[in-house]
Design a protein around this ligand. Structure first.
Ligand code: CP
Ligand code: NVA
Length: 306
């Protein structure tokens, strides 16, 4: 693994190793204090961010390195310099590139440089999020293989990366989405080819029935603000509320990548529920991304998971 642009390019053992290194970094942060000493991470953001920006910046600092925030508007990218040229130039200065972009092709194009590239969200994928989510799932459930994760709502970037992660871990991902809001059939087909158990349903009640975890995300993602009203009307029956959450297993946990639009895709009663783990997910972004950078940028070997 030279880059982290899609979980489709990560092997089962690499994913397990990343989860194990993340758990070690979380348990003993002081051991890794010099892990990125003298290293610099360039962070390109074409979209807003709270968690991704702050966790990468704080995480790099905690490992002894330096992170540089670059808004897409400020770079010469905004004036027509190509992504490939930008990547090659940045590679002469920095040791890794994190990018949050619209087109998945743009984060892929950054691999034209010579340093590792990490996808901090594209319209298509959000692999750092899924890595943190599966660490959270493992912490709360004690295992991954055989769990059922129900995803209710828009079949978007977050859903796609959860499907990829399910294929790598033996977690069944059961989605309920309206017609025309399903996950990309190519992603579902490729995941099934890789042995994943993915179910794509219409009915949220069927999807969450006895599930070990229930997940949702916003109805209008970044860049889709103009579709907000139309999407709200189409997705209104896909709200995760107390009645729907009660249909999951009695010890089911609730997950959301955040930011949540309370009262839309999720109610206060669920996001603030005693079995909601959304803040653990947000915290785990920090630990998994430190592990990712230690492996990709500092060359730390991934531990063999039990
Ligand atoms: N979950 C997530 O990626 O949050 P931000 O958009 O705040 O980075
Ligand atoms: N699907 C959301 C996730 C935000 C973290 C978006 O792309 O805006």
């Amino acid at each position: 693994m030279r880059h982290f642009v899609s979980l489709a390019d990560v092997s089962t053992s690499e994913f397990a190793g990343l989860l194990e290194l993340s758990a070690r970094v979380k348990a003993e942060p002081a051991r890794y204090r010099e892990g990125l000493a003298t290293k610099t991470l360039a962070m390109i953001f074409q979209k807003p961010s709270t968690r991704t920006r702050v966790s990468f910046e704080a995480g790099t600092f905690q490992l002894g390195g330096h992170a540089l925030y670059l808004s897409g508007r400020d770079l010469q990218l905004g004036r027509g310099e190509t992504i490939e040229d930008t990547a090659q130039v940045l590679s002469r200065y920095v040791d890794g590139i994190l990018a949050r972009v619209f087109a998945q092709a743009d984060v892929q194009a950054l691999t034209a440089g010579t340093v590792p590239v990490i996808n901090g969200l594209s319209n298509r994928l959000h692999p750092c999020q899924a890595l943190a989510d599966f660490l959270t799932l493992k912490e709360h459930k004690g295992r991954l293989d055989g769990l059922v994760l129900a995803y209710v709502g828009d079949g978007n970037n977050v859903a796609h990366s959860l499907i990829h992660a399910g294929a790598l871990t033996g977690v069944t991902v059961r989605l309920a989405t309206p017609e025309n809001y399903q996950p990309d059939p190519d992603i579902v087909a490729a995941a099934r080819q890789a042995g994943a158990h993915v179910e794509v349903l219409r009915d949220p009640e069927k999807a969450v029935a006895d599930a070990d975890a229930v997940y949702t995300d916003v109805w209008a993602s970044m860049g889709q603000e103009g579709e907000h009203a139309a999407r709200t009307s189409i997705l209104q029956n896909y709200q995760v509320n107390e009645a729907l959450f009660a249909r999951a297993a009695p010890d089911a946990i609730f997950l959301h990548c955040l930011p949540a639009h309370r009262g839309e895709e999720v109610t206060d009663g669920v996001v603030d529920h005693s079995r909601s783990v959304v803040l653990d997910q947000a915290e785990n972004r920090l630990h998994v991304q430190k592990a990712l950078m230690l492996h990709l940028i500092a060359g730390m070997a991934l531990p063999v998971a039990d």
